[in-house]
Each structure stands twice: as structure tokens, then as C-alpha cells.
Write a protein that binds this ligand. Sequence first.
Ligand SMILES: Nc1ncnc2c1ncn2[C@@H]1O[C@H](COP(=O)(O)OP(=O)(O)O)[C@@H](O)[C@H]1O
Ligand SMILES: [Mg+2]
Length: 655
Amino acid sequence: MARDLQKLQKQYNSSLASGGRGMMGGPGRGGQRGHGGGRPKNMKKAIGRILHYLGEYKIHVTAVLFCLVFSTVTSLIGSYMLFPIINRIANVETTEEESGALAVKADEAIGAVRDFLYPFISPMFENDRHADIFIYVFTAIIILISVYLIGVIATYLQQRIMLTVSQGALQKIRQELFEKLQKLPVRYFDTHPTGETMSRFTNDVDTIGTMFDTSLLSIIQGVIQLVGTLIFMITTNIYLTLVTIVFIPIFIKGGSVIAAHSRKYFSAQQSALGAVNGYIEETVSGQKVIKVFNHEDECCEEFNLLSDDLKGKQFKAQFFGGIMGPIMGNTGQISYALTVGLGGVLMVTSGFTPGALTVFAQYARQFSFPINNISQQLTTIFSALAGAERVFAVMDESPEVSDLPQACETPIEGNVVFDDVTFGYVPDKIILKNISLYAHKGQKIAFVGSTGAGKTTVTNLLSRFYDIEQGEIYIDGKPIKEYKRDFLRKNIAMVLQDTHLFTGTVRENIRYGRRDATDEEVEAAAKTASAHSFIMRLENGYDTVLEGDGANLSQGQRQLINIARAALSKAPILVLDEATSSVDTRTERHIEHGMDRLMASRTTFVIAHRLSTVRNSNAIMVLEKGEIIERGTHEQLLEKKGRYYELYTGQRELD
Ligand SMILES: Nc1ncnc2c1ncn2[C@@H]1O[C@H](COP(=O)(O)OP(=O)(O)O)[C@@H](O)[C@H]1O
Ligand SMILES: [Mg+2]
């Protein structure tokens, strides 16, 4: 049983999370975000590059820092003002030798307020002492409210301004990443699973956002608080400060022990969660197959196995995560109690005043807070930097090679020549071997051959999805490298083997073939592809919205829309890769007329499984394991009684 679980976990976790966290590990997975992202490899570089995005917001950032310093320092000073106030209430003198110059200054400031208020308030009280105390309490309240208000306003401003900065920077990163994605070669997408690319946009950009929004400010604020509190503590009483500081290493040590534990459990939880998510994703997308083969019960069993495991790990992770706060809090209480107790002793033995003890106790209590906070935020910052590194890695991927300086846009007629082309997707694995062929303007060339023979690869090379290193492909006598890539692709209309429809109306989807086509042209193209009649039967005709890659259409209908797209294009070269493989024979015959018209004036490459559709080609190439093993017209090939003859007469099946 245990081995089964391990196997499942390995399968589903790695299938999703290769090279990072998968798509399912999207944002909003609660408190685990900080734990999943790892550490940056080159911190300095990542920081430098991230800061670069904040560069254009120098004024904003300065304003934010100002607000931050202002609100933090104000609140520290506000607390300090209680020092002389409490002393006054306790009827203790605040003197320089006992309480320090700062306390005396504060006392003088309060005294000035008192002197100002006294004439107004004293008539209300019979007892002078009562009037005095009332004034001090009143002043204390005013000070606290002002500090609070200033703090609120400064925090508001700082959040507002920082949001402008962070959202702006984030938008820039997101847009740059997306633009980069559009420029990456097809090869990139071969080697990077969709989930991985998605997670750059979701998890990684999201964590960077959290860093900008909260972590950076929290850390700066924490440091100011820490230093400020320490200064005020030292000015209040150096011995008590030492006692408080003695506890700091215990705090840090304890914190890091618990953090290490919880990190361990969190990452175990993370991978268990990844496996559960991966399993769910696969069962949802494969639900039909599961039903066909009656695998429901097995699925439930396997899922329960994964789910039980997740439960256990989640329990531990949440437990350790949960006790961290209380443990640190209670340690803080002990240190607090000790400090206050010692302060009490000092009050009796030396001239420590009640005001000093009050503010000191308050500072001592606040002291541990920024330490915890800083360490928490550092974790987020580390994983944000690691995420940023992954984002930057995508940004640094080499784009499709740029056009040659002499690349041109001379009008293309459509004479295509493959001259001894040899190609492999990966080094050392040759897929196409010594392919040579020509297609004159307007000719129709067919490729037949079993799955994996290399038919699609031939067309991939023509449109420069991949660049060749051996041999040359010429169009109108010029190597295809010497055309601008965009221009080249504009001159080749393709119906890809893998159809893809975008979210949008049928009309928009067809118009993808040529942006400036009129509605009439769109409908004419649909008629050419025999798509018109089924489109008219859709709920809203051409305005029917297609979602999720045209999930509401049949595979054949999707192909017809793809053909209509290509039909709209005026490109002189046409590539049809199994364009009608899912269309029934009757519809296929129906399309034939339209297709003939479509192909009439263009150089066409047809890849077809059904040999009946390639009979009238000018030349048929039989591909086998990347080599052209036979070529000729339909009649010539039949006469030859070779592979094509076997295929055509059904002696051999296309496998
Ligand atoms: N993107 C790719 N990366 C690596 N190998 C690929 C890629 N696409 C296809 N291949 C391999 O190239 C061979 C030919 O594929 P393809 O041209 O698609 O065949 P066909 O279209 O004739 O069925 C196959 O063995 C396939 O595994
Ligand atoms: Mg293919």
C-alpha cells in the first residue's frame, strides 16, 4: 500500500510540477506561498533587477519611505510622552539625573501644554491637584489620539502610493513576460509544459506582487521599529534593556527551530497537495475515458490514498505553523513579566520612576514583534526573489532568431524547393533525411506516410517554426531565411494538424485568417470550407461565441472553421495538414469543389490520411521514417506497384 502511494505521488506531483509548481498550484493557496518558492540562486542580481522595475517611481518610493519613517517614529515618540505624564500623575518629579535629558524635554513640552490649558480648566475643579491630574490625563489622550491619527493618515498615504508603485511595476513585469512569450520560438513550448509557463504568470508574478505590496514595507518598518525601540529603551534604562536583549537570541533560536520544522512539514504538504491536484486535474479531463473503462472505483481508491496522506501532512504543517505564534507570544510574556518585575525592584532600590517603567514595559513588549515579522517577511522576499529569477529566466530566453539584415519582402509567387534538407528537433536524432523536392507555382504536392514519418515536420520547416541547419529551402529561388519571418508566414496559409479556436465568435475566429476581411468575405470563406450550413444552424449563427477551444463543436466542425480561416487568406502557398481527418467522407467530397477552387492558383502541400483526397496531386511523396521512399503521380505510383500501391489497394494499412 505504502509503495502504491509513493508511486502515485511521484507520478502526479512531477507531471504537474516539473520545474516548479504546476498550474494547479495557482495563487491563493493560503499561507503556504512563502514556503514553496525556494531561495534565489543569485540574490544580488535578482534584487538589482527587481529594483530596476521600481526605478521610474523614485519620487513615489521616497514619499512612501518618508511616510513610513514618520508614522513609525511618531508612534514611538507618542509612547514616550506617557513617561512624564504618568510621573506627574504618580506625583513623581522627572529629573535629569534620574530619568535623562529626553524625559525632561518631554516633561517640559507637556508642561507648556499644561500652562496653556490651566486657566481654562482649573475653574472647573475645586481641588488644584484634581485639575492638574485632569489636565495631564487630557493631554495624554490628545497625544495618543494625534499619534493614532497621524499613524492612520501616514499608513493610508503610504499604502496608496505604494500600490501605485507595486501595481505599476507588476504590470510592467507581466506585460514584458507576455510580450516575451509571443516572441519565443515554437521550440520553447516543446520543452516547457503549459503548467510551468502558467505558473510564471500566476505563482511567481503573484509572489513578487506580495513582496512589493507588503513585505518590503513591513521589513523597513520592522527595522525602524526595532532600532527606534532599542534607542528609546536604552535612554530609559540601560540595565533593563540588557535584560530584554538577553532574551532575543532565545527568541531567534526558538523561532528558527520551529520554522525549520514547519518548513519541513510545509514542503511535505506542498508536494502531497501537488499530487492531489494533479490527480484531480487528470480525472476531470479524462472523465469520459474513466467512465468508458469503468475505472471510477479505482480512481476513488487512489484518490483516497493521496487524500489521506495529504490530511496527515496538512495536520502536521498547520499544527507547527499554528503553535509558532502562541509559543513566541508566551516567551514574550515571560520576558515582559521579568522586565516589569525587575523594573519594580529598581523603582524601590534606585530612582526608577513609574513613568519610566510604564514606557519601558511598553517598548519591551513591542520589541519582539518586529523580529518575528522581519523573519516572516524575509521568507516571502526570498521566495519572491526566487520567483523573480524564474520570471527573468523566461525573459532571458533567446527569442526567434532575428531576421537577417538583408531580409526582404519581395512578393512571393510560390515556387518552392527543398534542397537536401536534413533535420532533427533535438541534436543526434535525425527526423528528416535528405529531403529534396520542388513545387512549381500553383502545383499540388501531397505527402503520405504513416504517423510519425515526418510529414508535419516538413511543413514546420517551410514556415520556419524550426530553422534548418543542413540543406536549404528556397521560395522563388531565394532561401527562406532571406525573407522577413513575418512576411514569410503571411505568405503561407496553414491548416495545422492541431486545431485551435480562440474564445470569441465564429466570425472572429474565421477572421483570424485575415484581419481586414469583410463579413461577406468571411461567409464566402465559410462556404468554401463547407462550414456555412452548420454555422447557420448554430444558436446565433456567425455570432455564436465559442469557448474553451470550441468545446461545443465537433472535431470535424472545428476543422472546417480552420479551413475557412485558411481560405480567407490570400497567401500564394497553402498547407493542409490532415485538414479533413475528422470530417466524414460525404462532407469531405462536398468540400472538394471549394478546396479545388482554393488550391487552383496556389502552391499547395497536402498531407492526408485518406488517399482518395490526394489522387489529383501533381506529385505524391511517400514518406517513411523521414525519407521520401517513392514519388510520382497517382498513376505512376500505382504502376510502380510499390508502397503507395500497397497502401492504395489496401494490402498495407497506414499505421
Ligand atoms: N516538437 C517536437 N520535438 C521533438 N520531436 C518531435 C516534435 N514533433 C515531432 N517530433 C518527432 O518527429 C517525428 C515526426 O513527427 P511528425 O512530423 O509530426 O510526423 P507525422 O506528421 O508524419 O505524423 C516523430 O517521431 C515525432 O516523435
Ligand atoms: Mg502530422
